[in-house]
Write a protein that binds this ligand. Structure first.
Ligand code: SF4
Length: 252
């Protein structure tokens, strides 16, 4: 069973396709917690975790989690978003961790539909779940934004880094890329070594570094130091354009 938490049309705010008009599908559930990524007050409770807390914490957001029993439901949602457009936007499958559903029939049939119909599809993943590309070949035409988590996420290394899963993505897809979330603390600590440990074997794969911050004030605290870090090491700076433009507005 797969769960959809929200869907919306906006611009891609991060990574390789920053600025590109895209339809987003945010799926519920994640195999990580990233407790150090922030704190939120939800219904009077303090919750630790990432800016996708709605897609990670089912207990607190039960009402937002829609069961999807047919890929046609996802196709219908997409068609609603396309109604007033005279071009094909990108499609972004995000979460949570959308690859929790990689071998689910409903999810995979939707991916097949998107690829067969000429959409450019990005799956935003923490790259900890290994896909069988031989059995599920439509994934070979997907672009994976591999947002592998570093020690500043608060999850242990063995949970957040799966080199076999990363290798499978890199070896089977053409345009996938890495995207790391950084703040001053980890840059001053060990960010470069941690990144090299993950990307070192793949010099051909682009590496984007993005400042931590789901609010403008936090983003501004981290953006320049991340830009300086990119200049020093030859990584590509990615902003969070959605935060820059709309701050914490939902579904942007
Ligand atoms: S892997 Fe991504 S969605 Fe999951 S908890 Fe971490 S930041 Fe949130």
């Amino acid at each position: 069973m797969i769960y959809l938490v929200e869907h919306f049309y906006s611009i891609q705010g991060e990574g390789k396709f920053i600025g590109t008009p895209s339809v987003f599908f945010r799926f519920g559930g994640c195999n990580l917690k990233c407790p150090s990524f922030g704190e939120y007050f939800v219904k009077g409770k303090k919750v630790f975790g990432c800016d996708s807390v709605r897609a990670v914490n089912r207990k607190l957001f039960e009402g937002d989690w829609q069961k999807i029993e047919s890929s046609q439901t996802l196709i219908d949602i997409l068609e609603d978003h396309l109604q007033n457009l005279d071009f094909k936007p990108h499609v972004v499958l995000t979460g949570g961790e959308p690859l929790l559903y990689w071998n689910d029939e409903v999810f995979y049939t939707f991916v097949q539909y998107l690829i067969e119909n000429g959409f450019i599809v990005t799956i935003e993943t923490n790259a900890t779940i290994k896909i069988d590309f031989a059995k599920f070949p439509a994934y070979k035409d997907v672009i994976f934004a591999m947002a592998v988590k570093l020690s500043n996420s608060g999850d242990p290394y063995e949970k957040r880094v799966n080199k076999e899963a990363i290798k499978a993505i890199v070896e089977n897809t053409a345009y996938s890329f890495f995207k790391f979330t950084l703040a001053r603390g980890i840059i001053e600590f060990n960010a470069y070594d941690e990144i090299v440990d993950i990307v070192g074997e793949y010099p051909e794969v682009e590496v984007f570094c993005m400042p931590l911050g789901d609010r403008l004030d936090i983003l501004r605290k981290n953006d320049k130091i991340v830009a300086e870090f990119c200049l020093l090491h030859g990584f590509i700076y990615s902003d969070r354009l959605q935060v820059r433009l709309w701050n914490r507005e939902r579904m942007r």
